[in-house]
Design a protein around this ligand. Structure first.
Ligand code: CIR
Length: 300
């Protein structure tokens, strides 16, 4: 299905409770402002996700499509409590991974960089997302027009509030990072080697100046690289599991994985009380390598 025929639906049908943190304006003017989002983009889950989404290893239990959609609906509902403007894009069966909207574009300060995705089966998602972003009146820049060889997935881009840390991964190359740095030149950019699918498959922001990161070999290596290459110093919240270190820090609230999915990591969440926290089940997306940040584009 061509994107032009895809429905872009404002989430007016979703419950729009005015959120306690997100829309009050309380965050403006302090360091939290860098993690304040006024709009999020999400996509529906295509039926093809269950059998055709890319995964590194076949999961021990097959993806349960009904559960995946149920968990995703809960995810959207939870973030809708924090951000009232949700742009809901209809799923496209031609792209089994299209629910992972984080990858085809990064939006920051009014500019949307449309990625050239690093996996061939996902390349077409970028044009679809471009149409969505054009409808939101953003300044659009296309990575493919800046460099013919550049590739980048949004899952490799971590904005810390002060700079961008970008994973050099199987999906994101040096040319991609160089082009990114030209587009978002107001902030420093540091390239970090990533041994996981994406940089954010093992780390994410979990507070102002605090990076959640795993203590797996990949996580330790990434932390070392960040300490060497970043332009600023950070605190670290260390998790035993890669996937547990991926959380969404939105409008002063941390959305994080559940103890059922990461029993070894749960005590870290339990002890971390700097911000309000919400557990968000994500077991079916995780079977295809999708963690909590992957299913939304956060727009500041
Ligand atoms: C993929 O391999 O592209 C998808 N199955 C998973 C993408 C997850 N996205 C992300 O980490 N940003």
């Amino acid at each position: 299905m061509l994107l032009s025929s895809r429905r872009i639906v404002r989430a007016t049908a979703l419950s729009f409770r005015r959120c306690r943190f997100g829309t009050s304006g309380r965050l403006k003017g302090d360091a939290l402002e860098h993690f304040y989002y006024s709009k999020l983009i999400v996509s529906g889950v295509p039926t093809s996700f269950a059998s055709k989404s890319i995964r590194k290893n076949e999961p021990s239990e097959p993806i349960d499509l009904v559960k995946a959609r149920y968990e995703h609906a809960n995810y959207v509902w939870q973030i809708n409590q924090l951000v009232k403007d949700i742009v809901y894009v209809q799923e496209d069966e031609n792209y089994p991974d299209c629910v992972f909207v984080e990858d085809p574009a990064v939006v920051f300060n009014g500019t949307a960089l449309i990625m050239k995705l690093g996996h061939p089966s996902r390349v077409g998602e970028s044009q679809n997302m471009k149409c969505v972003l054009e409808s939101l009146d953003l300044h659009i820049v296309e990575l493919s027009k800046l460099s013919p060889t550049a590739t980048m997935d949004g899952g490799d881009v971590l904005f810390t509030g002060k700079e961008f840390l970008i994973g050099l991964s199987a999906r994101t190359n040096k040319e991609g990072i160089e082009a990114f740095a030209e587009v978002f030149h107001d902030y420093p950019v540091a390239a970090v080697q990533s041994e996981t699918l994406h940089l954010k498959s093992m780390c994410s922001m979990v507070g102002v100046g605090v990076i959640a990161i795993s203590s797996t070999p990949a996580g330790r290596q990434a932390q070392y690289e960040i300490e060497q290459k970043a332009h600023y110093k950070y605190d670290y919240l260390i998790f035993p599991d890669d996937g547990a270190a991926n959380c969404l820090f939105i409008n002063g609230v941390v959305l994080h994985a559940t103890p059922e999915e990461y029993p070894r990591s749960y005590h870290v969440w339990y002890d971390y009380n700097r911000y309000p926290k919400i557990e968000v089940p994500n077991s079916e997306m995780a079977k295809a390598g999708g963690l909590l940040t992957c299913s939304s584009i956060c727009i500041n």
